[in-house]
Design a protein around this ligand. Structure first.
Ligand code: TPP
Ligand code: MG
Length: 580
């Protein structure tokens, strides 16, 4: 039997690690790899129009499946284009293996055509970035790369010159024992005992949850019920923790709502669960604080800790629940639930006025109709910008829906490519790209990939002819909006020209029908909803300085911020408060 090339071995090993597709764009330096993929029974090549899409798609696939995903770029510019999507995947802790093809090994260091140094270029957005300059580094370098990506949850990059990829591999890789899953991490006995003691000693405990509470919903609820604590969340914790949650006090942060901020500040013990919530002004500095995280390097980097616990949230809670004394005093919890419901009632009143007749269409109305019309197990990918606000406030989590965004890296244009990756990984599922017009047009070329691969992604464009989020930021800073507007563009017509379904919606009465038609359509569909650029939202805890800036230029702007179905939830939780 013919010996394997390095490229064959590379693709074989990726297949063994569970990779089913590689997103990318071909190029000379990649030819041995793409040819190996062409011949592989297990791995397929997903052709895209921009390598940034390839990286975002791989990151989203990894986030929806929990398994390793892969992307590739040809030498020089072909892999430079991967950078932004890889940053996003890395910061979202998505296990992604990126192959950066490289110039001929004999030319490295000579300023050759298309020369960059990918092993250096990707150092900051990866756990591991190495060059294979000799065949004998295989299969060990690739195995090490995979294990960094899987074991440390993030990106690994292997740089591979085209000539090395075409050479004979030194040994067959069939027997490799690969690590493809991360084990659970239980904190040490001392930390568990210390945490239980602190909980027992406290009277008002608040739990604040991030993405590390994925899979720990039951444990969080059990602990909260036992110690009568309000449960708040960061944006990345929302999908895991806000549903079926009688202790919900909302979200903190720039896009926050409800009483999470108050619950954190009025507690005498704050427990941060699996969150790397970055906004220090929203965190109290005079409340005893414990942080539980699987990443020891994250502990204490946002607030001064009284106890640092290294472990999975689920394991930690399982260990402490039987050790903490049940609390009987629920006054703090009830006060916070009441404050939460009141806060939501206030903003709902501001939003609901006339919204079904308002032209241009109020974006919050679109988001609330989308929430009603989308499937119970839909996956929403949401663009950075105002779409984050609408998603945070209107998409109701239920434990089966997923919401993926660029929540840590904060890049524009993430939604469409992420939707592509999710749809390929889970073909039967409804996938909705909640796109800004700025975000959509930034990587619009890859709408053509949806058509090419017959992916039934539904793109909902919040078309305010504006870089709306930045408009808001300029106003908050007291600046007149500048460089933020776009000419009106008919994205539905563009979609139809590309061979997809496209409908433009300018009247609020047509929103529901437009979405339904798109959902019914068996193929890619785009709903271009012309929305009001002046529908802005301000965070509940902006500083005096920000407020001054905002007041300077916002006097004629309608500031609003509804909260959709959350208000019903909050009211329902109030009904659960036992009457004396
Ligand atoms: C790649 C990138 N460029 C610029 C920004 C800064 N930025 C953040 S949100 C935003 C506006 C997004 O506009 P759009 O997609 O139309 O959404 P809108 O806020 O109008 O709903 C910009 C320019 C960014 N986050 N990422
Ligand atoms: Mg916009």
């Amino acid at each position: 039997m013919a010996r394997q090339t390095i490229a064959d071995q590379f693709v074989d090993i990726l297949a063994q690690a569970g990779v089913r597709r590689i997103y990318g764009i071909v190029g000379d330096s990649l030819n041995p790899i793409t040819d190996a993929v062409r011949r592989s029974p297990d791995v397929t090549w997903v052709q895209v129009r921009h390598e940034e899409t390839a990286a975002f798609a791989a990151g989203a696939e990894a986030q929806i499946t929990g398994r390793l995903a892969a992307c590739a770029g040809s030498c020089g510019p072909g892999n430079v284009h991967l950078v932004n999507g890889l940053y996003d995947a890395h910061r979202s802790m998505a296990p992604v293996l990126a192959l950066a093809a490289h110039i001929p090994s004999s030319e490295i260091g000579t300023g050759y055509f298309q020369e960059t140094h990918p092993d250096r270029l990707f150092a900051e957005c990866s756990h591991y970035s190495e060059l294979i300059s000799h065949p004998s580094q295989m299969p060990r370098v690739l195995q090490t790369a995979i294990q960094h990506a899987v074991g440390r949850s993030g990106v690994s990059v292997v740089s591979l010159p085209g000539d090395v990829a075409g050479r004979e591999a030194p040994e067959r890789a069939a027997e490799l024992a690969l690590v493809t899953r991360r084990p659970a991490i239980r904190p040490g006995e001392d930390e568990i005992a210390a945490l239980a003691r602190m909980v027992d000693a406290a009277q008002r405990v608040t739990l604040f949850c991030g993405s590390g509470t994925a899979g720990a919903h039951d444990e969080v609820m059990e602990l909260a019920g036992r110690i009568k604590s309000p449960v708040g969340h960061a944006l990345r914790g929302k999908e895991w923790i806000q549903y079926d949650n009688p202790f919900d006090v909302g979200m903190s942060g720039l896009l926050g709502y409800g009483a999470a901020y108050d619950a954190m500040h009025e507690a005498d013990l704050l427990i941060l669960l699996g969150t790397d919530f970055p906004y220090r002004p929203f965190l109290p500095d005079d409340v005893r604080t414990v942080q539980v995280d699987v990443r020891p390097e994250h502990l204490g980097r946002r607030s001064k800790l009284d106890l640092a616990v290294w472990g999975d949230v689920r394991e930690t809670l399982r260990a402490i629940i039987p050790r903490v004394r049940e609390k009987t005093d629920r006054r703090f919890l009830d006060r916070m639930l009441k404050r939460h419901a009141d806060a939501l009632e206030g903003v709902v009143a501001a939003y609901t006025r006339d919204v079904e007749r308002h032209v241009p269409i109020h974006p919050e109305y679109v988001a609330s109709v989308l929430d009603e019309e989308a499937a119970d197990d839909a996956v929403f990918t949401v663009d950075t910008g105002m779409c984050n606000v609408w998603a945070a406030r209107y998409l109701t989590p239920n434990g089966r829906r997923r919401v993926i965004g660029s929540f840590s890296h904060g890049s524009m244009a993430n939604a469409l490519p992420q939707a592509l990756g999710v749809q390929l990984a889970q073909p039967g599922r409804q996938v909705v790209s909640v796109s800004g017009d700025g975000g959509f047009s930034m990587l619009m070329g890859d709408f053509l990939s949806l058509v090419q691969h017959r992916l039934p992604v539904k793109v909902v464009v919040f078309d305010n002819s504006s870089l709306g989020m930045v408009d808001l930021e300029m106003m908050v800073a007291g600046l007149p909006p500048y460089g933020t507007s776009y000419p009106h563009t008919d994205y539905a017509a563009i979609a139809r020209a590309a061979g997809a379904f496209g409908v433009r919606v300018e009247n609020p009465k047509e929103v529901a029908d437009g979405l339904r038609e798109a959902f019914r359509h068996d193929g890619p569909a785009l709903v271009d909803v012309v929305t009001d650029p002046n529908a802005l939202s301000i965070p509940p805890h902006i500083t005096g300085e920000q407020l001054t800036g905002f007041a300077l230029s916002a006097s004629k702007i309608i500031v609003s911020g509804g909260v959709g179905r959350m208000v019903q939830l909050a009211r329902a939780n109030l009904r659960n408060i036992p009457r004396p």
